[in-house]
Design a protein around this ligand. Sequence first.
Ligand SMILES: *Cc1c(COP(=O)(O)O)cnc(C)c1O
Length: 412
Amino acid sequence: MVEEKMKVPFDVEQIRKQFPTLSQQVYGKNLVYLDNGATSQKPQVVIDAIAKYYSEDNSNIHRGVHHLSQVATEQYENARATIQRYINAPLLEEVLFTAGTTAGINMIAFSFGETLKEGDEIIISAMEHHSNIVPWQMLCERKKCVLKVIPINQKGELKMDVFESFLSEKTKLVSVTHISNTLGTINPIKEIIDQSHQAGAKVIVDGAQSIQHMKIDVQELDCDFFIFSGHKVFGPTGVGVVYGKKEMLDILPPYQGGGDMIAKVTFEKTTYNVLPHKFEAGTPNISGGICLGTAFEFLAEQDLDAIAKHEHHLAKFAEEEIVKIEGARIIGTAQNKTSVVSFVIDGLHPFDIGTLLDKQGVAVRTGHHCTQPLMDFFEIPGTIRASFAFYNTMEEVEIFIKALKRSVEMLR
Ligand SMILES: *Cc1c(COP(=O)(O)O)cnc(C)c1O
């Protein structure tokens, strides 16, 4: 078990003070930032860590004999250890730095893909982000594998009976999102992992939307891979993590070749470096990795249960108010949901509403949210999505609802 540290009591005003971007005005209005599903804002500690790295510690890692290189290397490896502790990965070398979720899924799709043969089956779901669809389509084309898609019901929940019927000895890999970025559905991931394992398949969890909302324990989940982006979890852009079980990472071939990932290079034969370096070719995003560690140190101090309650409260209130608007419909009404509220309003285009909300200082996302097949399923061009983080307040939700009603009136 991970050691339980003292948590800071949840106080939204105290938290807001640590996020400088939140206290600005746009078009003369206080910014209400409700686009956390796309990216999160950064706490001052992360911003300071970025400045400190480039002001004091900048150097290449894993290669220099000199002082600065050793300082940078130590910080980078400490960040890896912080993330290892946070997700409760058994081994340090199971935590790989990548550029983000997209980069991580592509990496595993390539390397795992090398072990597959014609007719092997891969399962994804109907609510996947494009980055958990397209790499598998590319792989299936390359290796003549078969892609199966778990369907969903009208509430936006996976049809688990169909999933079970898909599993067979042909199933090699199941790659599903923990939480839908568009619907907010929290999938029964433990059940999916256990059933897949019983069928002999490996499981990738796309954790891009769960890592910032709930405690993640990769040993408890027992997933083979857990992948997420730094920028959605209060860290910098351009960095992310692939957790992979050592037994898997040991047998998979490397993804990219280059510096750092080698043990010995000759023109006749090259041998590869040990984990995690085998999967980390080239100079990485050093500052990104270090400062993602800072973001996780910050997160480790927060009371995640209190945060989940707060976020749930905001989303529930928003939903209750949205459905009072004539012609409004929530897209994604799963029993088990996180603080993502997607909706449409009859006869009005999401983009027009998003534009009018923006003019009132409210930042939401509109469109297909990189889930076009999901839009096709619901037969809509896109949604308006308000996604809440722990620094959002009830007052902000009220401003959002008022601005939304005003936008609808203007368009009707
Ligand atoms: C954002 C997101 C991705 C892609 O993450 P990038 O940071 O753009 O690489 C993948 N899956 C889900 C569920 C996401 O929300």
